[in-house]
Design a protein around this ligand. Structure first.
Ligand code: SF4
Ligand code: SF4
Length: 275
C-alpha cells in the first residue's frame, strides 16, 4: 500500500522560515553541556510538533537521500537499557548524526537542574557533565519550556492539549506523517500541518508505520465507554494493555494510565475521568 507522498508543484520543499527562525532562536538560548558522547541517552527523543518539523527538515536537507530513506525504512528497535523507549535512528557510532537539528530534549539532557522538574520516570545523565555555556537554573529552563509551548501554540491554533501535541517520540510523529489512517479529527489537522511544513518526498515503500500508535489511540478512544459501564476489571485490563502493549510509542499516555490505575485500585473506575 502506498503510504508515501509524491511531490507536487504546490508542495513546499522547506519548512516555513518564520517557524524555522523561532525554533533556531529558542535553541540558541539553551545552555550547553560537555556531553561525553556515550550515546546512552539517545532514545527516540520526545519532541513537540514544531521540533519534529525542524529535526526532519534538517534531515531532509543534510542527509543523503539514500541515508534518509534507509533511516525511514528501518523499523524502530527497543532500547535495551531504557524501558519503554526505542533507539534514536540518528545515532551512529555513539555520535549524533543530526546534531544541528536535534531536539530540545537532546539539548537539555545532562543539565543537572533538570532533576528539579520532578518528571516521573525521567532518567538523568549518568555521567558527570559540566554546563559550559549559558544559564541552566531551573527557573530559566521552565521559562524556556514555556516559550517552546508558545511556539507550538502559534503553529497549531487548536492548542497544545491534549498533551501529545507537546510531546511524542519521533517514530510516533513519523507514523502520523505517513499513515493515512490518522487522517481524522485532531490527527487530520496535525497531518495537514506536518505536510504543509515538511516535505520528506519519500515514496513508498520506504516507510511502514511501526509503533501501532493508531491501535493505541483507538483503545484510548473506547476507554470512556468502559468507564461508563462501571466495568472495573474491563477498565483495568484495557488500561494495562494501553500501558504495556505499545512500547514503541514511548511515553505517550503512560503516566495518565499509571494515575488512572492507582485511582481505580483505590476508589473504583467511576472516579477516573478519561478524556
Ligand atoms: S548527555 Fe550524558 S548520557 Fe547522553 S550522550 Fe552525553 S554523556 Fe552520554
Ligand atoms: S537526535 Fe542526536 S542527540 Fe538526539 S537522541 Fe538522536 S542521536 Fe541522540
Amino acid at each position: 500500500m502506498n503510504r508515501g507522498r509524491s511531490r507536487t508543484k504546490d508542495t513546499p520543499t522547506a519548512m516555513d522560515q518564520t517557524l524555522h527562525q523561532k525554533i533556531q532562536t529558542l535553541y540558541a538560548g539553551l545552555p550547553e553541556v560537555a556531553c561525553q558522547c556515550c550515546g546512552l541517552c539517545c532514545v527516540s527523543p520526545t519532541c513537540t510538533l514544531a521540533e519534529f518539523i525542524y529535526l526532519f527538515d534538517h534531515a531532509r536537507r543534510f542527509l543523503a537521500p539514500s541515508d534518509l530513506r534507509a533511516l525511514l525504512a528501518t523499523p524502530p528497535q527497543l532500547h535495551p537499557d531504557y524501558e519503554g523507549n526505542s533507539r534514536c535512528p540518528f545515532l551512529r557510532d555513539n555520535r549524533c548524526g543530526i546534531h544541528a537539528g536535534r531536539t530540545g530534549a537532546c539539548r537539555l539532557f545532562g543539565i543537572p537542574s533538570l532533576a528539579h522538574l520532578r518528571i516521573d520516570g525521567m532518567e538523568q545523565c549518568k555521567n558527570t557533565v559540566q554546563v559550559t555555556k549559558g544559564q541552566s537554573n531551573i527557573e530559566y529552563i521552565e521559562q524556556w519550556l514555556n516559550r517552546l509551548v508558545r511556539v507550538n501554540e502559534e503553529l497549531h491554533p487548536f492548542g497544545v492539549e491534549p498533551y501529545f501535541l507537546r510531546g511524542l517520540n519521533i517514530h510516533c510523529w513519523l507514523d502520523i506523517y505517513f499513515d493515512e489512517l490518522f487522517d481524522f479529527d485532531i490527527f487530520g489537522d496535525i497531518r495537514r500541518l506536518l505536510h504543509a511544513n515538511l516535505d520528506l518526498a519519500i515514496p513508498a515503500p520506504y516507510y511502514t508505520p511501526s509503533t501501532n500508535l493508531r491501535e493505541k489511540v483507538d483503545k484510548i478512544g473506547i476507554l470512556p465507554s468502559f468507564v461508563g459501564c462501571g466495568d472495573r476489571m474491563g477498565v483495568h485490563k484495557l488500561l494495562v494493555s494501553i500501558r504495556d502493549d505499545y512500547p514503541l510509542t514511548g511515553t505517550y499516555f503512560y503516566e495518565e494510565v499509571e494515575k488512572m490505575l492507582e485511582i481505580i485500585d483505590a476508589h473504583g473506575p467511576e472516579h477516573i475521568a478519561p478524556s
